[in-house]
Design a protein around this ligand. Sequence first.
Ligand code: DQA
Length: 147
Amino acid sequence: MTSILILNGPNLNLLGTRQPQVYGHTTLADIEALCHQKAAALEIGVAFSQSNSEGALIDMLHAARGSHDGVILNAGAYTHSSIALMDAIASIELPVVELHLSNIHAREAFRHKSYIAPVAIGQICGFGAAGYPLAIDALLGHLRANA
Ligand code: DQA
């Protein structure tokens, strides 16, 4: 069975109460439930995780190799700073979809730079929590096209 890892970075554990005017009122637990529903409908496996630590995210990316077929990554602010996450993605040879709730290109200039984008198969941003099921569809389409 196809299996994907959905990985969430720093401060995303605070969704629901964190700047709701930017990120909405949906909690990370709500998003996880949405992803499990979507995965069940598509008959794929999904693992969902969050960490505020860059090293823990890198460890989870390394562990994904061999246990998952692809990754959806909302790296939070590490998107804009982490060469280490970029290197990890380049090293694991798994397709990664870059995901953001907000439209990072319509926000502050420092959010326009993504270290994830050059090593991702594509980017989805600006659709709030609905971006997660969109990303699952996108990753699955990629995996099926490249099977
Ligand atoms: C975010 C966008 C990032 O710029 C920000 O630092 C986040 C959340 C998003 O989902 O919109 O923490 O990744």
